[in-house]
Design a binder for this molecule. Structure first.
Ligand SMILES: *Cc1c(COP(=O)(O)O)cnc(C)c1O
Length: 221
C-alpha cells in the first residue's frame, strides 16, 4: 500500500463522502467497518488512534486472541462478526462481538435465541443473505429471506436490525446490492451491510449503511 493506516482511513472517509454526495445521502448515514482479519493487534491500535471505532473480524478464534485487551482499553469500540459462526462458538461470540452480521440459518438463530436471557447487552444481529445464490457462500437464499427474517423477529425475538451480503465477484454488483437493500426496506430494518474495498462506493449508491473495508485500510493480506 505504501501509505499508513491513518492516511488510508482518511482517504476512505473522503471517498465515502463523495459517494454519499453523489447519492444525495447524509455522510453520517454510512458507517465504516474496518476489517482487520489476518492483521495484528498493533495495526488495529493504529486505526483506533486514528479515530476508527468499528471493526470487523471473520473468525471468532482470531478475534478472541486479538480484541479483548483492546476492548478493555478502548471500551467504546464496536466489534462486528462478519464471518460464519459455528453453533459451538455462539457463547464465545456473544461475549466478544457487539454486532453479529452473519445470522445465516435457522439452527444458528435458535442457538442465539437460547442465550438471550443470559447476555446483556445482547449483540444486534443482521441476517446474512446469499444474494448471488452461490453454493460456496453462506447466507439464506433470497427466496427464503422474508420468512427467515420474520421467524427470527417474531418467533425467536432476536434483535435483527439489518441484513448483510456479499455479491459474486467479477460481475457488476449493483443488482445484488439493490436486492439486499430492498429486503431491508421491506422489513423496515435500518441497516444494510454491503460493499468492500473494491465496490463500497457502488454499495453506498444502493443504500449501504455499513461498508466493510479491509485491504484499502490495512493493505493486502
Ligand atoms: C474480508 C472481508 C471484507 C473486506 O474485504 P476487502 O476486500 O479486504 O475490503 C468484507 N466483508 C467480509 C465478509 C470479509 O470477509
Amino acid at each position: 500500500m505504501g501509505q499508513g493506516i491513518a492516511e488510508n482511513l482518511k482517504a476512505i472517509h473522503h471517498r465515502i463522502g463523495i459517494a454519499c454526495e453523489k447519492a444525495g445521502r447524509n455522510p453520517n448515514s454510512v458507517y465504516l467497518v474496518a476489517v482487520g482479519k489476518t492483521h495484528p493487534a498493533s495495526a488495529m491500535e493504529e486505526a483506533i488512534l486514528a479515530g476508527q471505532r468499528i471493526f470487523g473480524e471473520n473468525r471468532v478464534q482470531e478475534a478472541s486472541a486479538k480484541w479483548p485487551e483492546l476492548k478493555t482499553r478502548y471500551p467504546e469500540l464496536s466489534l462486528h462478526l462478519i464471518g460464519p459462526l459455528q453453533t459451538n462458538k455462539v457463547k464465545q461470540a456473544l461475549s466478544l462481538f457487539d454486532v453479529i452480521e452473519t445470522v445465516d440459518r435457522p439452527k444458528l438463530a435458535e442457538h442465539l435465541a437460547k442465550e438471550k436471557k443470559g447476555v446483556s447487552p445482547f449483540p444486534h444481529c443482521f441476517v446474512q443473505v446469499n444474494i448471488g445464490e452461490e453454493p460456496q457462500k453462506s447466507g439464506i437464499l433470497p427466496k427464503d429471506a422474508d420468512a427467515f427474517i420474520d421467524y427470527c423477529l417474531e418467533d425467536l425475538k432476536l434483535p435483527i436490525t439489518g441484513v448483510m451480503g456479499i455479491p459474486p465477484v467479477d460481475v457488476p454488483p449493483h443488482p445484488y446490492f439493490s436486492l439486499l437493500a430492498e429486503i431491508a426496506r421491506k422489513h423496515r430494518l435500518p441497516h444494510t451491510s454491503m460493499g468492500m474495498s473494491g465496490d463500497f462506493e457502488t454499495a453506498i449508491a444502493c443504500g449501504a449503511t455499513y461498508v466493510r473495508v479491509g485491504t484499502a485500510i490495512f493493505g493486502v493480506r
